[in-house]
Design a protein around this ligand. Structure first.
Ligand SMILES: CC(C)(COP(=O)(O)OP(=O)(O)OC[C@H]1O[C@@H](n2cnc3c(N)ncnc32)[C@H](O)[C@@H]1OP(=O)(O)O)[C@@H](O)C(=O)NCCC(=O)NCCS
Length: 289
């Protein structure tokens, strides 16, 4: 046992121990703990609203593990639910140090220190950690917001919104570009979420087909960052804008795959499913108080 408490970490990733990861005593093989930390690290970048590949390509560098130390205090067993915590504890000139812990409930099972070096991917020679990355890491650990949510008109937000929509609707969902772009953008209220590096990561728009009625559409989140509450943040910003201008109801055409997401935000289905751009949809509606 050590004195490390899970409360000292802002970031935590939950996982469950699988049968393939344990030995005959049903105890986790040692090497898997490093994999747990590595998996958690992918989620850590998501918590910072940084899509890893695009971010490090833009920063013209990548992170390489230089040293990984693991200290075992107690074993995890099959079917255990574990919380893997991580914290950036030091940023040197070209190195970034993370301290991690694995907990089962409040019980501290494993400690870890991971030393990464920021380096040029072509030559693998170390480079100084960019000031922007340093700022994001320190800001996250200090409890700061990792995203900037802007509401505005099309001329103000078009560049970022177009970028996210093109990636999601045209490239990923293969919706023809002529269908994705329409004239309604000019009259809509738009939301654009950018991360701390200024990269657009989520967007959506709010129309007003009839007085008192809002219509939300084109809601899209960077594929890599889905599941980190950016979609909800964008939707909530549009709902707040609709309420503020006096809309009594908001409707939308939900892709069937997103129906559960909208249902969790209080939308209920109305009418029969239909196809739009070859994708199954259902109309959903929510009253505004
Ligand atoms: C749909 C979309 C906008 C959701 O954004 P997201 O950032 O992934 O969602 P969030 O992380 O904000 O999720 C908020 C909550 O909804 C849940 N949720 C997210 N997507 C869900 C889905 N498809 N079905 C059910 N629940 C979902 C999350 O688990 C989370 O629940 P929690 O509060 O219990 O943790 C995003 O997945 C997306 O861009 N998809 C592709 C484009 C698209 O389909 N747009 C919708 C057009 S109608």
């Amino acid at each position: 046992m050590t004195n490390t408490s899970r409360q000292q970490f802002r970031f935590s990733h939950r996982l469950r121990v699988r049968w393939a990861e344990v030995d005959m005593q049903k105890i986790v093989f040692n090497a898997h703990y490093l994999m747990y930390f590595d998996t958690a690290m992918a989620d850590y970048w998501r918590a910072l609203a940084l899509p890893y590949e695009a971010t490090f390509a833009a920063l013209q560098g990548d992170l390489y593990v230089k040293k990984a130390s693991v200290e075992f205090h107690a074993s995890a067993r099959v079917d255990d639910q574990l919380d893997v915590t991580l914290q950036c504890t030091r940023i040197g000139s070209s190195s970034i140090v993370f301290t991690g812990s694995i907990f089962r409930g409040e019980e501290h099972l494993v400690s870890c220190e991971l030393i990464y070096v920021f380096a040029d991917p072509a030559t693998q020679s170390s480079r100084p950690v960019p000031a922007s990355l340093r700022d994001v890491l320190l800001g996250y650990e200090a409890g700061q917001e990792m995203q900037d949510i802007a509401l505005g008109d099309w001329p103000t937000l078009a560049e970022g919104a177009r970028w996210v929509r093109h990636e999601v609707f045209v490239q990923e969902q293969r919706i023809p570009i002529a269908m994705e772009q329409d004239e309604a953008d000019a009259d809509a209220v738009h939301v654009l979420i950018r991360n701390r590096l200024g990269l657009p990561v989520a967007t959506g728009r709010l129309l007003q087909p009839t007085p008192g009625m809002g219509q939300i559409g084109r809601l899209a989140v960077n594929r890599v960052l889905r599941g980190s509450n950016l979609g909800r943040a964008a939707l909530q910003a549009l709902l707040a804008a609709a309420a503020q201008r006096g809309d009594r109801e908001v409707m939308l055409h939900a892709q069937s795959s997103a129906q559960g997401f909208y249902a969790a935000q209080g939308f209920v289905p109305r009418g029969k499913p239909f196809a739009e751009a070859g994708i199954p949809h259902i109309e959903m509606v929510r009253a505004l108080t």
